[in-house]
Design a protein around this ligand. Sequence first.
Ligand SMILES: [Zn+2]
Length: 414
Amino acid sequence: MTSKTNLTINPQRLWDSLMGTAKFGGTPKGGIKRLTVSDEDRQVRDWFKAECETLGCTVEVDEVGNMFATRPGKRKDIAPIAMGSHLDTQPTGGKFDGVLGVLGALEAMRTLADMGYETNAPIMIVNWTNEEGSRFAPAMLCSGVYAGVFTTGFAYSREDRQGIKLGDELERIGYKGKHKAGDIKFQAMFELHIEQGPVLEAENKMIGVVTGVQGMRWYEVTVRGQESHTGATPMGLRKNALLGASRMIEAIHQVGMNHLPGVASVGLIENRPNSRNVVPGEVFFTVDLRHPDEKVLDKMEAEYQAALPKIAAGLGLDLEEKRIWISPAVKFAPNLIECVREGAKQAGLTMREMASGAGHDAAYIARVAPTTMIFVPCLGGISHNEAESTTLEECGAGSQVLLNAVLAYDGKLA
Ligand SMILES: [Zn+2]
């Protein structure tokens, strides 16, 4: 029998598949426009299905278009080990976001097939429908349906800007499958993805061992003072809403600094009336707090909510503040994380533990199956951009660690 240490993926073959499939929706600037459930998406799905079938996989599709390609293992009594991500892109997307996770998995599957390697569990590749949420909101829609976060009816009813429904488009491109979402089971899922941030590159590390996804909380704040003439209102008699907001923004920044690696951001601000000779009477702004640990996020929230009224009171301003959205922190499965660490060590690669700053299909799947992620660097941390860039070597490293991690997990199932 082939020992798992002999299984080496072919980085050039992976690269050729990445570049070859980039023509399905390829843009003049070298990116990809492959909106979910479009004609281009159908082309890449057809290609992916044919490739998997060549390797002896059975390809099944569920009712929301999620694709599951399965290669049998020695044991028929246990569920597959899955590797999954997404083949859809943003309108001006790059060649790696999502795609690397599916094609890196395909390369791992090709390696198993080449060597005739028999795993204990069946091995599966999943292509999740509409991760991006660009054509049909929200993002991570169909992994969400799989995990029971959204209903199938809700997914079908999502409309794009032309008023075309997701359900109708799935039908049109031939990817509305017969399996109920959630019925095609797996016992664990590994998702390989580009980091979409600058940390690995900055620290010169090859593999991100992802321990979870940050919790996120969004708030809206309105600060009210008094509009008055800038020339005629003495400094001591002003109720300047913008001055209050600026001090609040400083305080919010400090909340992030106090709880690193937490982040605290104000990204949108509206100043009223926004006129050069009027003391601002009202300011609206948004707040985005994130941290991998919910307990720390609680502290950040408490600190932020304590700071604002003090600032408002000091300037004679009224304050309205509310939380509008939360996405709880996700902790990935420790035994899968250990497999990734082992896999990276086995491949002799540098690594670092990190939490994902962005949402991924894995975040929803973690609710229904043990899940984790593997990150590789991307140039300048740039993503959702046609200039997105990850090297052949980095893509190969990710695919190798994915295969090693799956085999490490599978080794315990004999
Ligand atoms: Zn992605």
